[in-house]
Design a protein around this ligand. Structure first.
Ligand code: PLP
Length: 459
């Protein structure tokens, strides 16, 4: 296959994509779960000789769609969304065609410079103060790992990078039980260890208790541990919990500790000024992550990390062997020094296209609709005899259950086997509960109100 063939097949792929999206509403949201059903249709060994693209494409169309859970389906209410706006998809096509690797400014100045401008645009869109700069990672997990590695090295005065951790006191990191497992992963990978990730108790609204945070830090110091930093939750995965950011940052600052805020999901909602009270005080954070690839519409992968001062992270993650030097250009930014991987995709393009094609007002309307429709779905579910709302909407996320765990689990299985909507489960306060999040880019009020309709039918 050469570039002329690519021209032909790109058009075929665009036609296929158009049909795929046009028929999404008619498909079951979740793939039928028969393990091995896709793998059994793929040849067990790679071909020795080149195959015809007609056959390759036909196999794709025959085998793959039937094994997909359709993340862009308008009735996808599971997990958090991984929204791909049409404008973002177009930008990704162009980024794929260019296939640039933006590890250094000079390996594609446009890749670095557009990323810098998009970080500024997003900081403005979210109402963050001007001192925030930042970078784009593949995922919130990597951004949080980068923040935790930086906290570790700041606490060790950058000795850990050279000496490892064995010569140093036990490190301690603080977060609430509502934070995502990516925080646990970061503590493990950064050599801090799961046992040294101190989960601070939460109050009735599932916010970290600032007094308990202060107490834990003081007790650890008295016991000879070395606290490194605090991770705060702005929109937890299970029920959308928010820590009281301003109060917790005040405690961390008094203790001299840096703060990273995980707003992977809820960050997108902060383009709407009326939601910003939820993360009041965030301007005092050292690092903030949010995923435009969740709710905003810049498709996976695209995780933005804002940094109050990038210096400590660059000092932690940056390495400059001769082959990565940019002679005579000290003023430029080499983003590989801000992140864990060296190589970098051109992710800023889909942000640029998405923000321009819908405008902040268009994106705000979507998010406001999702929040409002989630409330309507919650109210309709609450009317159904036997349904209990377990947690009230946090933005567009709420949970409900039937009388017993067994009944709830069995209802969820029936819902997802039915295929019209897709919901997932969590455990909350010891109960098995069904979780509903509304946020798919193309969903309508009617799509959302399918939730109570399907539940009523299948109860
Ligand atoms: N933080 C929160 C609150 C999340 O909900 C998630 C994923 O859903 C993550 C972090 C991890 O995101 P990513 O898949 O970008 O690593």
């Amino acid at each position: 296959m050469d570039h002329d063939d690519l021209h032909h097949w790109s058009k075929r792929a665009a036609d296929w994509a158009h049909d795929y999206h046009a028929t999404l509403r008619d498909r079951p949201v979740r793939a039928p779960l028969t393990p091995g059903a896709t793998a059994s249709q793929i040849a067990p060994a790679p071909p020795e000789d080149a195959e015809n693209m007609e056959e390759i494409f036909a196999d794709f169309a025959r085998i793959i769609p039937g094994g997909l859970t359709h993340w862009q389906h308008p009735r996808f209410f599971a997990y958090f969304p991984a929204n791909a706006s049409p404008a973002s998809m177009l930008a990704e096509q162009l980024a794929n065609a260019i296939a640039a690797q933006g590890m250094l400014w000079q390996t594609s100045p446009a890749v670095t410079e557009l990323e810098q401008v998009m970080i500024r645009w997003l900081a403005q869109a979210l109402g963050l103060p001007e001192h925030f700069t930042g970078t784009i990672h593949d995922s919130a997990t990597t951004a949080t790992l980068s923040a935790v590695l930086t906290m570790r090295e700041q606490a060790l005065d950058w000795a850990g990078l050279q000496q490892g951790l064995s010569a140093h006191p036990r490190l301690r990191l603080y977060a609430s039980a509502e934070t995502h497992s990516s925080v646990d992963k970061a503590a493990r990978i950064a050599g801090i260890g799961q046992e040294n990730l101190v989960k601070i108790p939460t109050n009735a609204t599932l916010s970290m208790k600032p007094g308990a945070l202060a107490g834990a830090i003081a007790a650890d110091r008295a016991a000879g541990f070395l606290p490194v930093g605090v991770i705060l939750c702005a929109g937890g995965t299970s029920v959308g919990a928010f820590d009281r950011i301003a109060d917790c940052i005040a405690v961390a600052k008094t203790a001299g500790l840096p703060v990273h805020v995980d707003a992977a999901w809820a960050g997108s909602a902060m383009i709407c000024p009326e939601f910003r009270d939820l993360w009041l005080g965030v301007d005092g954070a050292d690092s903030i992550v949010f995923n435009p690839h969740k709710w905003l519409g810049a498709q996976f992968d695209c995780a933005v990390q804002f940094l109050a001062d990038p210096g400590p992270q660059i000092r932690t993650l940056g390495l400059r062997p001769t082959y990565l030097e940019t002679a005579g250009r000290e003023e430029i930014t080499n983003f590989n020094e801000w992140t864990v991987p060296l190589g970098r995709r051109f992710r800023a393009l889909k942000l640029w296209f998405t923000l321009r094609a819908y405008g902040l007002s268009g994106l705000r309307t979507r998010i406001r609709n999702h929040v409002e429709w989630a409330r309507q779905a919650r109210d309709a579910l609450a009317q159904l005899p036997g349904v209990t709302i377990i947690t009230e909407p946090s933005l567009s996320l709420f949970t409900f259950a039937l009388g017993s765990d067994a009944e709830t689990e069995s209802l969820l299985t029936r819902i997802n086997d039915d295929g019209r909507i897709y919901l997932t489960q969590i455990r909350h306060a010891g109960r098995y509960v069904i979780r509903v999040q509304v946020g798919q880019f193309d969903c309508t009020e009617a799509d959302v109100m399918t939730i109570p309709q399907v539940v009523a039918e299948l109860m």
